[in-house]
Unconditional design. Structure first.
Length: 605
């Protein structure tokens, strides 16, 4: 028996001892047990993530399903796009002989796509019955049933797959401007010939009847021999009547402002520099038209050659050198022309580029068509040069030099044309008779090597004409009376005089060293009209005209050239990648690279 203890029920089921201490007891009864279970349930967090996990799983299922549908759709679209691209490229090929539409549909059929669902459109351009351009358009509808997205109300995915391709035969016009100045002699010229012939073999395809490549060759030194091309341009000049001719039989009464002894053209600053600005005048600078007035370089030789007719190699316009070759499509003709190149003379790169650019300009088209009509060019070149800025024509200017611009010479303008003081007799005897009525310098008969007479209007009539004895010695000769002249004596114009004698000979023989009060004229009538600086400025301007709107792509080669030549070529080129600095003898690599670049441009144009 325990004494001193009492039990007092409380709401908290606590037991209070007699000492006042509280002691918790186990709950009892059904209510207590249920309350305890709810309390434990309320505090238990186990399994709470299951609901969230189920929600995320369902969301991932939808997203993954959408991804599957989209991937299926994209794979199908990519396959159809690849099929379309391949089909139109194959069908646009101008070399394939299959019906283009049937070819497109066959590509889709092999890919498992119903060819009847494909829309195909073919457009062609022809020239003389030959197809020069073909454009192929094809499209097909893609409609794909969805696996998962239909649960979102999206039952299918749709798009249109299409593609187009075009292939055209691009005409290529090339002007090859090559340096044949004196510094190109020897191995340099030999290397150039090898490289140039390799170049034409790479760019010219003689089997083409459309998309034809033509090459013009423009050799230059201090000028350009134009050759037969000049016959089709306006370089004939005009006839001028002399208002007050000399009062002697055989006096010149009229003369032509131009000559026909040689075919070089003298260009002036207005042919290179814009009159207002380049954006306005560039096409004028590029062109040489059949109606444009051209002035020929005087046909003269500068050096003393013993007072005989100057040999052709001395002339400023040396007609024995290789002239311009116009738009050739024949490899053998081009190679033959290159083989005939000879080196000599000064350097005028600006003249070469001027002619090279003119042969690419549409203003030259009437000349080319006339040459075709005269069977000098093939009919495949009709209507060349083509228009600027079209996909059907690509224009290329290739310029090479091994040097720099030097001096260009011509006769001073006041002395280029008209009557001279020099007369000529074909019948003048080698020994003058004693009773000829002449007034000799001494009393001996004179031995003469030619029939030239010089008129001195200021001298008395009995000694008005002077006949040099030996043209290499201007201290002797005989004076003639106007009444004792040969009956076939005729006055020479300047063109014929310069064709007969060198300018230095003329000055020495007729207008120097004479012990007379007669006026002396025409001493060294030739003068430089363009030096190196002027040539560089003219070259830079004409190259700028070529580059406007990229109408003409300009490739340049400095072949072991000095710094001035390198700078000029770099300045002339379309861009840095179009300039080649060949410091070794392997110029063939530069030409081959240019040929490859032209081929690539032709494919992508």
């Amino acid at each position: 028996m325990v004494s001193g203890m009492r039990i007092v029920p409380t709401e908290s089921n606590e037991v209070i001892s007699r000492f006042g201490a509280r002691k918790t007891t186990r709950p009892c009864g059904l209510t207590s047990r249920i309350a305890g279970r709810f309390a434990r349930f309320n505090d238990d967090e186990d399994g709470g993530m299951i609901i969230l996990g189920l929600f995320i799983f369902v969301l991932m299922l939808f997203i993954g399903g959408m991804g599957v549908d989209l991937m299926r759709f994209e794979a199908r679209r990519a396959m159809m796009q690849a099929t379309t691209d391949a089909a139109v490229l194959a069908a646009a090929n101008l070399d394939q002989q299959v019906d283009s539409e049937a070819l497109v549909r066959s590509y889709f059929d092999r890919a498992g796509i119903d060819p009847d669902t494909v829309s195909v459109n073919i457009e062609t351009e022809t020239d003389g019955g030959d197809i020069t351009s073909r454009t192929v358009n094809a499209s097909a509808e893609l409609d794909l049933n969805t696996f998962f997205m239909h649960m979102l109300g999206i039952n299918n995915l749709q798009t249109t797959v299409g593609g187009a391709a075009n292939e055209s035969y691009t005409n290529v016009e090339i002007s090859l401007v090559v340096d044949i100045s004196g510094s190109m002699g020897g191995n340099k010229l030999a290397d150039l010939k090898v490289a140039a012939k390799q170049f034409v073999n790479e760019v010219v395809d003689e089997t083409r009847t459309v998309g034809v490549t033509s090459v013009s060759i423009i050799p230059y030194n201090h000028t350009v021999v134009v050759g037969n091309l000049l016959d089709r341009l306006n370089a004939d000049g005009t006839v001028v009547e002399i208002a007050d001719p000399d009062p002697y039989n055989g006096a010149l009464e009229r003369y032509n402002t131009e000559h026909d002894y040689s075919t070089c053209v003298r260009f002036f600053n207005e042919h290179f520099f814009p009159q207002s600005d380049m954006a306005t005048d560039y096409r004028t600078l590029r062109a040489i038209s059949p109606t444009q007035d051209l002035e020929r370089l005087s046909n003269f030789a500068r050096r003393n050659r013993g007072f005989a007719r100057p040999s052709d190699w001395q002339r400023q316009c040396n007609e024995t050198r290789t002239p311009i070759l116009v738009h050739s499509t024949s490899i053998s003709q081009l190679e033959g022309h290159i083989n005939r190149l000879q080196a000599g003379g000064n350097t005028a790169i600006d003249d070469g580029v001027k002619w090279g650019l003119a042969l690419l300009d549409p203003a030259m088209r009437p000349v080319v068509n006339d040459m075709i009509d005269d069977s000098e060019l093939p009919t495949t070149l009709r209507n060349r040069p083509g228009n600027y800025g079209t996909d059907s024509t690509m224009k290329i200017l290739v310029v090479m030099t091994d040097g720099k611009n030097t001096t260009q010479y011509d006769i001073n303008d006041p002395l280029k044309k008209g009557a001279t003081r020099i007369w000529y007799s074909e019948r003048a005897g080698s020994t003058l008779p004693e009773d000829a009525g002449y007034f000799p310098v001494d009393n001996r008969d004179k031995q003469y090597n030619d029939g030239y007479f010089v008129e001195y209007p200021q001298l008395p009539a009995h000694r008005r004409f002077y006949r040099p004895e030996d043209l290499s010695d201007n201290s002797d000769g005989t004076y003639y009376s106007v009444n004792a002249l040969p009956d076939d004596l005729r006055q020479l114009d300047r063109h014929e005089l310069y064709d007969r004698l060198s300018n230095e000979d003329i000055a020495d023989a007729f207008f120097r060293g004479l012990d007379t009060a007669a006026e002396r004229i025409e001493e060294r009538a030739d003068r430089a009209y363009a030096g190196s600086t002027a040539g560089d400025d003219r070259l830079s301007s004409i190259c700028e005209a070529a580059r406007v709107d990229n109408d003409v792509l300009v490739y340049t080669i400095a072949f072991q050239a000095p710094q001035e030549g390198q700078d000029a070529m770099r300045d002339c080129a379309t861009a840095d990648g179009y300039y080649y600095d060949v410091s070794t003898t392997n110029i063939s690599d530069a030409f081959s690279s240019i040929a490859g670049s032209i081929s690539q441009l032709r494919l992508t144009q």
